[in-house]
Design a protein around this ligand. Structure first.
Ligand code: SAM
Ligand code: SF4
Ligand code: SF4
Length: 367
């Protein structure tokens, strides 16, 4: 008999309640961490559930029928999420990304989009508001999301080969339905659509050039992501990683590329344009070329913990502050203190041993 695996969300340390400093400086957008990194992006996980079981993210061996997801009462409400996002905007956040789990599974998520779309940055500009999805529900939801104020979407798609894709999502979901979702997003004006492909050696790396070719000239931007050692359940090994340099080399050999400038400092993807002017691709090299030095992202988990790194082992319990009746100034001061003490640089110090260490699952912390 195999030992029962305790659900990861339950294993997550309770998360310290952040301290509210008494003489905190006002949240004025000049906040920087111990390495001088500003706070620019907030990724918000709206559910830890998913209708896929991607082998690199929520393997069935762990996320099976006995797995206990967070009960509804533990999730942040839409009002609480919006309040936290408003507080982060005071610290200079200009970009919000909804994620999960599968964010489109959260009931009435378009209502949350509408609430977040009403927020402004410190400078008074509208928030850049995006969402990452597996695309399965986009044919039904794309128009409502656009109407609610969503700007763009990123759709995950790991292969155009139906058999490979079904095996990777591990719920036999057909690739044609995700392609319909991408079309629905583009038709609704959620453009440019970005398409994330996690590349795993020997599984889908043979599909890299086909993926580039399929979307070249479409206006969509494919981003090839190195397989990462997020969480503790996906059996990550360095041998399974295809370095981004190799991906660029393979695409360039078939479809010539030229390097492009980043859109902004801290952009995760390294950009390459097709030499014939028919669009661009991106590569996200978090394993072979760590970009911690410019990492300006915070993550808010489904039940309101603040994580300052994707590979963190514990978070800061903002929900406890929200539900204890603290006002926005106090919570902003607590967030400011957490960020000012941040020293994360996991990808710069990754080793085989750190890869095996216990980390929070990506489906819970938000991808
Ligand atoms: N369910 C949505 C989706 O799949 O787009 C949003 C959440 S998912 C955790 C966010 C992104 O993380 C996806 O693009 C997914 O491919 C990526 N991801 C998940 N596990 C990964 C891993 N081990 N290495 C690299 N990327 C991963
Ligand atoms: Fe679900 Fe996204 Fe993780 Fe796949 S990558 S299991 S779609 S959360
Ligand atoms: Fe940012 Fe952590 Fe990733 Fe480094 S490892 S880029 S600090 S999330």
């Amino acid at each position: 008999m195999t030992a029962r695996v305790i659900p990861i969300a339950r294993q997550a340390p309770a998360g310290a309640v952040p301290r509210i400093p008494r003489d905190a400086a006002p949240a004025d957008g000049t906040l920087a961490d111990t390495r001088g990194r500003r706070l620019h992006d907030l990724r918000i996980s709206v559910t830890d559930r998913c209708n896929f079981r991607c082998t690199y993210c929520m393997p069935k061996s762990v996320f099976d029928k006995d797995y206990t997801f967070l009960p509804h009462g533990e999730l942040l409400s839409f009002e609480e999420i919006t309040r936290v996002a408003r507080i982060f905007a005071r610290h200079g956040v200009e970009k919000l990304r909804l994620t999960g789990g599968e964010p489109l599974l959260r009931k009435n998520v378009e209502d949350l989009v509408a609430m977040l779309a009403g927020l402004s940055t410190r400078g008074g500009a509208p928030m850049d508001l995006t969402l990452t999805t597996n695309g399965s529900l986009l044919p039904r939801k794309a128009r409502a999301l656009k109407a609610a104020g969503l700007k763009r979407v990123t759709v995950s798609l790991d292969s155009l080969d139906d058999a490979v894709f079904r095996a990777m999502n591990d719920v036999d979901f057909p690739v044609a339905r995700v392609l319909e979702g991408i079309d629905a997003a583009a038709a609704a004006g959620l453009a440019p659509v970005k398409i994330n492909m996690v590349v795993k050696k020997g599984v889908n790396d043979g599909d890299v050039v086909a993926m580039a070719r399929r979307f070249k000239g479409s206006g969509h931007i494919v981003r090839f992501i190195e397989f990462m050692d997020v969480g503790s359940s996906n059996g990550w090994r360095m041998d399974d990683v295809v370095p981004s340099a190799e991906i660029v080399r393979r695409i360039d050999a078939a479809l010539p590329l030229v390097e492009a400038e980043p859109n902004y400092s801290g952009e995760v993807a390294e950009r390459w344009r097709y030499a014939d002017g028919s669009g661009e691709i991106g590569v996200i090299s978090s394993v072979t070329q760590a970009f911690c030095a410019t990492c300006t992202r915070a993550r808010l988990s489904t039940e309101g913990k603040l994580f300052t790194c994707l590979f963190a082992q514990s978070g800061h319990d903002l929900r406890a502050l929200l539900r204890a009746g603290h006002d926005d100034d106090e919570i902003a001061a607590a967030v400011g203190l957490v960020w000012s003490e941040r020293a994360d640089r996991y990808s710069e110090i990754r080793t085989a041993a750190t890869a095996r260490s216990r980390k929070i699952e990506m489906s819970y912390i938000g991808g």
